[in-house]
Design a protein. Structure first.
Length: 370
């Protein structure tokens, strides 16, 4: 169960005191599916890519990179490969292979094209399922902390502040509001993680990287966007435009969200409940868990289930001791009935040989005495 509390406290943005309580929207009770979130996020993130490829002329020369030579094959009969070779003489470069992907200064293998399949289509219901799962995960303090957010000073998750915060117009007032509800610790953490990007991106207008901070969700922009947008790591989103790329950055669910009271109260109309359909989305109903109580051991061991079961039957298994027929005559007779006759003959032969041995010894004694 994502969130078991029926009511959530609304906090004052000036001193952090409790103003009132609002009902928990049922979207926070949706099943949490990391697999759906990961799949949808992976495909959504591809839809902002720009096409790239190697430089190509539309004229007869075609690909530019790796083809800027006057090179021709020497053909057969010269005891060298048929790769195109640089024309001319008087330099080391003359006669060297060109154009091929295995050649120095040659083109790449399978030059990239701009008509690659850059974007991905995603089923609408899958996108909505991922969004509701990410919202449900944001209501669990354990998942929010596991994602790296600093919420030790936050009084409650999900964090809801009064609607007056939407009319804040100054950034210093926004900082005071976040400090009052204990959310500024996460902003300071984001500011401390700013560093220069590793790799070529630092040359391409992406010089710095920084960890994500809290996401502020509002209903009406009366200045809240201009007040909060310059804080490091803070992102803003209108409640009807919730985006999975903001709710679960990197497909890691558990984003720390600061809700305004009007935005929090409008979630039931946007996503619906278990009893009514969504008002904003046509023919949409919240996904439900296959099991309302996932404690299967407790269900099986409950008195209601155990009273309908028959008593446990104890099975006493007896294990037969395997006997060696080479050492046990009775077992050998079961396997080979003729073994009894053979044994009798063997015993008779032993008796006959014994008598013959005694007679020979007796005659030998008589001869020795004579």
């Amino acid at each position: 169960m994502a969130a078991a509390r029926p009511l959530v406290t609304v906090h004052n943005h000036t001193d952090g005191s409790s103003e009132s309580q609002v009902a928990m929207p049922e979207v926070f009770l949706a099943p949490i599916r990391p697999d759906v979130i990961n799949f949808v996020h992976t495909n959504m993130a591809k839809n902002k890519r720009q096409a790239y490829s190697v430089k190509v002329h539309n004229g007869p020369s075609g690909i530019v990179a790796g083809h800027q030579h006057s090179a021709h094959s020497w053909g057969t009969g010269r005891a060298v490969s048929r790769i195109p070779r640089v024309s001319g003489g008087g330099t080391h470069r003359a006669g060297q292979g060109a154009f091929g992907n295995m050649c120095r200064s040659g083109r790449m293998f399978a030059p990239t094209k701009i008509w690659r399949k850059w974007h991905r289509k995603i089923n609408t219901n899958q996108r909505r399922y991922a969004t509701t799962s990410a919202l449900a995960a944001s209501a669990l303090p354990s998942l929010v902390m596991a994602r790296g957010h600093r919420i030790s000073n936050v009084p409650e998750i999900p964090l809801v502040v009064g609607g007056e915060v939407e009319s804040i117009k100054k950034t210093k007032d926004a900082v005071e509001a976040l400090m009052a509800v204990g959310a500024y610790t996460d902003v300071a953490k984001s500011a401390s993680t700013k560093k220069v990007r590793a790799g070529k991106g630092k040359m391409r207008n992406r010089r710095h990287v920084m960890r994500r901070g809290p996401l502020v969700v509002y209903e009406k922009d009366d200045g809240i966007v201009r007040a909060f947008r310059n804080l490091p790591g803070v992102e803003l989103c209108q409640v009807s435009r919730l985006n999975l790329l903001q709710l679960a950055p990197g497909s890691h669910m558990g984003r720390f969200i600061v809700w305004t009271k009007p935005a929090f109260e409008s979630l039931n109309d946007i996503y619906g409940t278990s009893r009514k359909m969504s008002v904003a989305k046509k023919d949409y109903r919240l996904p439900r868990c296959p099991m309302t109580n996932t404690d299967l051991v407790r269900i099986i061991n409950s008195d209601e289930v155990q009273s309908k079961l028959r008593p446990m039957q104890k099975q006493t298994r007896t294990y037969r001791h395997k006997k060696n027929p080479l050492k046990n005559l009775g077992v050998m007779i079961k396997l080979n009935p003729y073994a009894l006759t053979m044994r009798r003959q063997e015993l008779l032969q032993q008796e006959i040989k014994k008598k013959q041995r005694e007679e020979i010894e007796q005659k030998q004694d008589e001869l020795d005495n004579a």
